[in-house]
Design a binder for this molecule. Sequence first.
Ligand code: NAD
Ligand code: TYD
Length: 354
Amino acid sequence: MILVTGGAGFIGANFVLDWLAGSDEPILNLDKLTYAGNMDSLAALKGDARHVFVHGDIGDSELTSALFAEHRPRAVVNFAAESHVDRSIHGPEDFIQTNVMGTMRLLQSAHAYWQALDEEAKPSFRFLHVSTDEVYGSLGPSDPAFTEDKKYEPNSPYSASKAASDHLVRAWLHTFGLPVLTTNCSNNYGPLHFPEKLIPLMIVNALTGKRLPVYGDGQRVRDWLYVKDHCSAIRRVLEAGVVGETYNVGGWNEKPNLFIVNTVCSLLDELQPRPDGKSYAEQISFVPDRPGHDRRYAIDASKIERELGWRPTETFETGIRKTVQWYLANPDWVSKVQSGAYRQWLETNYQARA
Ligand code: NAD
Ligand code: TYD
């Protein structure tokens, strides 16, 4: 089996679902169920013996050591993190705890387990760390896209904590020999995305008649990748990536935020028009910018294509349509997130045991 951490979050849940749709290899899913963890996202796996869920923290060394000893995974895919830049500005502490301390402790447990593996299992073990393009910092309008050897220049507490985790992963290879891989991916979008991030927030706010808050002038640029393409890239790197290498993952799809919001509005105008016949774009409202807001991210994903044959399958047009359609088709998931009812899993699960 493989150990996935953070598998109840946005990308992790998509990864777990896609993995088990294509393979019978079980997943041990370790997630702390912070506000971003949602067991409803994994509802389709209820009763599926291939999915073993453990509620816990990657920073709990006793727990992770026990999980390694009991389940003997052949690989770790580490998604667990605090991931929202705006939250890192208001409260950086959790980001340091999980992204830095938590990753370090998980590396320690993985290393102790790996060291004791027999000579046959040892070389094939992998620790794949899922990271972000934000570690590279901000680009000017005509700078070349980030390659894997771009200097790290993180600007937010979030990106600084992820940069630190990437360095720790690198150090655990160079100092201790742990067979690690790192992926640095651009902004993801798609089903099961918590509506505090740009695209799901715009969809959910539009449908509930709220304003669509665009930071600054809306001209900040991000590269956007459909989440299922990110998941396929991770599977490919896990299968064929060279130990110690990092791989940039992106959608070849740089767009200003305002373009993204307008695209969401036109799709909603087509698929679920406002009762008054006006465009959802009328709800757009420019709000003060995020402090330290990075101007542009762009990923050069040619290494993973050249060396591992991976390319995204969705264009932005196909991916964003699927995304909007998913939110329209899943109002229960959205309303349970909005009401906070998605967090009842903790009560239901643990009260029944008390
Ligand atoms: P998310 O915030 O939706 O999910 C994070 C998950 O990790 C949640 O289920 C949460 O409960 C869990 N978690 C948090 N702290 C934990 C801890 N201490 N122990 C165990 N579990 C914990 O995040 P996401 O968008 O799915 O991102 C997943 C990973 O991918 C992160 O490492 C993030 O930095 C990286 N990433 C995200 C994006 C993006 O656009 N969302 C892009 C590139 C890389
Ligand atoms: P976000 O989804 O938070 O991802 P990240 O900051 O990790 O790139 O934001 C994407 C972009 O959208 C970013 O430039 C900030 C901007 N943004 C808004 O304009 N309004 C919003 O309400 C949010 C959440 C983000």
